[in-house]
Ligand binder design. Sequence first.
Ligand code: FMN
Length: 355
Amino acid sequence: MTSAFEPATIGRYTTRSRVVMAPMTRSRAYGPGASPTELMATYYGQRAGAGLIVTEGIQPSAIGQGYLNTPGLHTDEQVAAWRPVTAAVHDRGGLIFAQLMHTGRIGHPDNTAQGHQPAGVSAVRAAGTIVTPTGPQEFPVPQPLDADGVRATIADFVTAARNAIEAGFDGVELHGANGYLLHQFLATNTNLRDDEWGGDVAGRIRFVVEVTGAVADAVGADRVGLRISPANGFNDIVEDGHRETYLALLDALNPLGLAYLHVAEGPDTEFTPVLRDRWQGTFLLNPYTPGSWTGPEALKLIETGETDLVSYGALYLANPDLPRRLAASGPFTTPDYRTAYGGDHHGYTDYPELG
Ligand SMILES: Cc1cc2nc3c(=O)[nH]c(=O)nc-3n(C[C@H](O)[C@H](O)[C@H](O)COP(=O)(O)O)c2cc1C
């Protein structure tokens, strides 16, 4: 029986445990430069005891930014500013992957320094509103990427991944989950394209396969993970025939030999063992826990072999020494969502450690 506190293999790395910090946007990269800060180095350094840290979503390009005050990895200034963050984690023996998140249609001109219209897969706006400096506003209709735009976006991911390695990250996680650009290519309600990146399953998975392949070529497949969230309706996503889509995606990606597949599980929990079975590499699971958050009981999924590693979001936010607390069966600090996005060190670097 495998314990959560044994090492696992993630590409070229061996983790110190199977407890992973899930990616969490915290919106504290203030200013037009969208650069990480010293406070962020403290925050990630406090959580370096994880088997792996996956950072908050980081935009690979200016146009990839949808939310306020999220950091980027597309300028020299940003690369330099990430170095103290990766150093803080490495100084404590941790591993850290940068999550590359292009938000696609989930954005607003008022949330970016340039005031640009969000780029999308097709001209389909998301239902609902997004927080902007003047309060919640409706999502705009995105500007669909033309063929040159699709190729330029792939190139942006490659550059950002190279930048991540230059900034000291151990690898990158491509954000293909939760209704952002990669997911928008996969989903049937957001991808209405009739060119090679749309239409049937082969067309809808093409962009994700191309981005992943190009990034793997650039930095090594053993430093690249992919996050997916099949049938998760977050950000107004509808996926007809999701099982067929994701099995085709896994079949196309298996030959690459990626570091891991990260599944943010959705309501179709019975699909998870099917994905686990189909995926030939390391499997990282963020279990579906509607109305709650992943708790200590999820570690059993490692013991039963249902997954290789488990990622924790909310509990990691509030418990910087989470693996220690899990090993001791608690106690756990309750996360305060009021300070989740934006603000200062309160609810960010002031959560206590045990003892
Ligand atoms: C404050 C906050 C920010 C998040 N930001 C991201 C993100 O940037 N990228 C991502 O893939 N998931 C993001 N998530 C989702 C988490 O990674 C995770 O899937 C979710 O919280 C469920 O796991 P949990 O029950 O352990 O919290 C975020 C979650 C929270 C609570």
